[in-house]
Design a protein around this ligand. Structure first.
Ligand code: GLV
Ligand code: MN
Length: 197
């Protein structure tokens, strides 16, 4: 969750050389209704990643009016078999609303309990902040969902690339110990992980 605003609005000046916790405000004298309007979701995305997902972020970077307002959203499209792989949002709770298809949604608590559900259109799942979660299209056709966050900039860290495709790489001994496997296995995963970023 983000801190609360100290004024009605603070449309982000994304080009400001000054960095604060969030962005400085564009001069309110130059703000119009158009600043509070985002029209980027009429058309579905056409570019899918290696895991058959198209993720469109409507965060403060895409929609500067969200600055200081503590909210944002994503649209996530899945081809059959598409997966939004295990990841965390360091700064937000997520509400996931499925609008099309059949999506397996799950998250793991700090007690390592998996909570999961298969969702269809009109159904919602909530993911507590900072916990590992994922979505997999388990239907025959495409799937679509919208995620809503209580942060203008929830952030995303995918576990597979965080552990196996960082720059520089995490040294093998750290990972062989952590995963209780040998170096051959770690190196194999590392050799395949960069496409997952
Ligand atoms: C889904 O989990 C998303 O972060 O968009
Ligand atoms: Mn998420």
């Amino acid at each position: 969750a983000d801190p609360g605003p100290l004024q009605d609005f603070c449309v982000a000046d994304l080009n400001s050389p000054v960095l604060v916790n969030g962005f400085p405000c564009k001069n309110p004298a130059n703000v119009t209704s158009n600043d509070f309007f985002f029209d980027g979701l009429q058309k579905l995305g056409t570019v899918f990643d290696a895991l058959n997902v198209n993720l469109t972020e409507v965060d403060v970077f895409a929609f500067p009016a969200l600055n200081t307002l503590g909210m944002s959203m994503n649209r996530v499209q899945f081809h059959p078999g598409g997966e939004n792989p295990p990841h965390i949002h360091p700064r937000a709770t997520e509400l996931s609303l499925v609008t099309e298809g059949k999506l397996l949604v799950g998250w793991v608590s700090t007690a390592y309990v998996l909570n999961w559900k298969i969702l269809t259109a009109g159904q919602v799942f909530v993911i507590p902040p900072g916990l590992v979660h994922f979505q997999l299209n388990v239907g025959k056709g495409n799937a679509l969902f919208y995620a809503f966050f209580n942060s203008q900039n929830p952030g995303i860290s995918k576990l597979a690339p965080a552990l196996f495709a960082s720059t520089p790489l995490i040294p093998d001994p750290v990972l062989t110990t952590a995963f209780n496997v040998n170096k051959t296995i770690i190196d194999l995963i590392k050799s395949r992980a960069s496409v997952l970023i």
